[in-house]
Design a protein around this ligand. Structure first.
Ligand code: SAH
Ligand code: DHB
Ligand code: MG
Length: 222
């Protein structure tokens, strides 16, 4: 059996070899901690994976739901093609302010817009007013996962890549009787996806420095 210590050691091995030290990313984490933000950002290997996926689809327009201190935002913004734009949604003004500072230090302020409000409201307000996104990362309150996935359909085009974080939660997603609102939201989203013939999706379980969780990946079709 593997152990959390082993997961951590493997993450460290990957970081040491494949993720060169990066002052802006480290400062974003340090300042987020100093400002009292919870350490619920994606891990460094996960951040880089998001970046590589966004690069692989040649993303010029990226949407993120759930900014926190902007750690995943920096990884994703750096994937943008020249002239590209990223919009990230955050309910907590304090989180947004820390994120804006972290993004500015990373040199990303000119291509990232942090919008503050309830994601469901901000997504509704965008419909019809923005060009579709090429890559979307959903990582806010898990109880609303289904609401967010349905809302982004009007902000997507055929080929849009969607990643949803935290879809496994220590394996609890497999418990149909769970009363946990987060689990119920993730299950509603996954069950809705199963009814959508134009969306192709899968989910992958992950372990790492932090926990046992997982990503869902989907591609929007025609
Ligand atoms: N993507 C970040 C982590 C996001 S943590 C990273 O990996 O670095 C989840 C964030 O979603 C928190 O900052 C929280 O304040 C925000 N959030 C929670 N509920 C929300 C809502 N209803 N609308 C918008 N943001 C929300
Ligand atoms: C937690 C982890 C996350 O990645 C997230 O986006 C929100 C919460 C958590 O472990 O509580
Ligand atoms: Mg997350």
């Amino acid at each position: 059996m593997s152990s959390p210590e082993q997961w951590k050691a493997v993450d460290q091995y990957v970081v040491d070899l494949l993720l060169p030290p990066d002052a802006a990313l480290q400062a974003a984490l340090d300042d987020s901690t100093a400002a009292g933000l919870p350490s619920i950002n994606v891990s460094p290997p996960q951040g880089k994976m998001l970046q590589l996926l966004a690069r692989a689809c040649g993303a010029k327009r990226i949407l993120e739901i759930g900014t926190l201190g902007g750690y995943s935002t920096i990884w994703l913004a750096r994937a943008l093609k020249p002239g590209g734009h990223l919009i990230t949604l955050e309910i907590d003004l304090h989180h947004a302010e820390i994120a804006r500072r972290n993004l500015a230090r990373a040199g990303m302020a000119d291509r990232v817009e942090v919008r503050v409000g309830r994601a469901a409201d901000l997504l509704d307000a965008m419909q019809g007013f923005v060009d579709p996104f090429d890559f979307i990362f959903i990582d806010a309150d898990k109880a609303s996962s289904d609401v967010y996935f349905k809302a982004i359909m009007a902000l997507s085009h055929p080929g849009t890549v969607v990643i949803v974080d935290n879809v496994v939660r220590d394996g609890k997603v497999a418990d149909a009787k769970s009363e946990d609102e987060d689990i119920k939201g993730i299950r509603r989203m996954t069950e809705w996806l199963a009814t959508q013939p134009t969306i192709s999706a899968t989910a992958i379980q992950t372990v790492g420095g932090k926990s046992y969780d997982g990503f869902l990946m989907a591609i929007i079709g025609t």
